[in-house]
Design a protein around this ligand. Structure first.
Ligand SMILES: [Zn+2]
Length: 283
């Protein structure tokens, strides 16, 4: 099993999974079909299926165009809102592409119909992989837009967090640096956070992806998987895992806003657009 990591849009990842014996390929989260088809052509593989993690435009907007270009393309996902969906998947369902097995894991929280895909190959020593979309990112997770904190806890800790530790995590966005800066705020004395942060800074400077991480690593520095740790509980002032997660989500959202202050010029322009700087009308 070969995985091509394809950075698209501002910071999204699209993936192409190749069954090396049959040369069949499966795409995950098609945002830019043209980019994908270039790689499909270069690899000389036959793309039959799209696995969509959730309905947001930056993960699914290319489905319709790709289906038009490749008649017979199967587009799978767990949410009716996914564009060009041909069949809705159920939690726990298993799919098969040659020697590659896929287990569909419903992971609500970011959206209610968010599906993660756990892949492994028969008789192959390579570690398994999980395509986690915006449910689990490297060192963080997508914002909780639709699910409850309890659902998100189940998705992150019980469903994804219990996969084999050697599982490679391929997520939907390159948000690693910001995630680790937040992780450091949550656990300032966690050496795994420190080490991963300096590694991620180097990757950022070299402009190379930080995916994949392994799940085993994630358990050491990702605060959203560490809600039972004393240090994370202490940061949130909560004890129940869903409550800890709820506070983490809110803190992460305000951290994001604080971390990216607008330049004075941009702020003035924005104010102008909103009519805040217009001179008071003369009488
Ligand atoms: Zn999303």
């Amino acid at each position: 099993m070969k995985v091509k990591v394809i950075p698209v849009l501002e910071d999204n990842y699209m993936y192409l999974v190749i069954e090396e014996r049959t040369r069949e390929a499966v795409a995950v989260d098609v945002a830019v079909p043209k980019r994908l088809l270039e790689i499909v052509g270069r690899e000389g593989v036959s793309l039959t299926t799209v696995l969509t993690t959730h309905h947001h435009w930056d993960h699914a907007r290319g489905n319709a165009e790709l289906a038009r270009l490749l008649p017979g393309l199967v587009v799978l996902g767990a949410d009716e809102r996914i564009c060009a969906l041909t069949r809705r998947l159920a939690h726990g369902e298993e799919l098969r592409f040659g020697a590659i097995h896929v287990r569909c894991l419903l992971t609500p929280g970011h959206t209610l119909g968010h599906m993660s895909y756990f892949l492994w190959e028969e008789e192959c020593p390579d570690p398994p992989a999980v395509f986690s979309g915006d449910a689990l990112s490297v060192a963080g997770c997508g914002s909780r837009l639709e699910g409850t904190a309890q659902q998100m806890y189940q998705s992150l800790v019980e469903t994804l967090g219990t996969l084999p530790p050697e599982t490679k995590v391929f997520c939907g966005h390159e948000h690693t640096l910001g995630n680790l800066e937040f992780a450091q705020k949550v656990e300032p004395y966690n050496d795994h956070v420190k080490a991963k942060l300096s590694w991620a800074k180097q990757r950022d400077e070299d402009d190379v992806p930080t995916v994949p991480a392994t799940l085993g690593e994630e358990l050491l520095y990702n605060p959203f998987l560490r809600v039972a740790e004393e240090s994370v509980r202490k940061f949130t002032g909560k004890v129940a895992p869903a409550d800890v997660l709820d506070v983490l989500c809110r803190e992460r959202a305000s951290f994001e806003r604080a971390a990216e202050p607008l330049q004075p010029q941009a702020r003035a322009l924005l104010a102008l657009q909103w009519g805040l700087l217009s001179t008071p009308r003369q009488k």
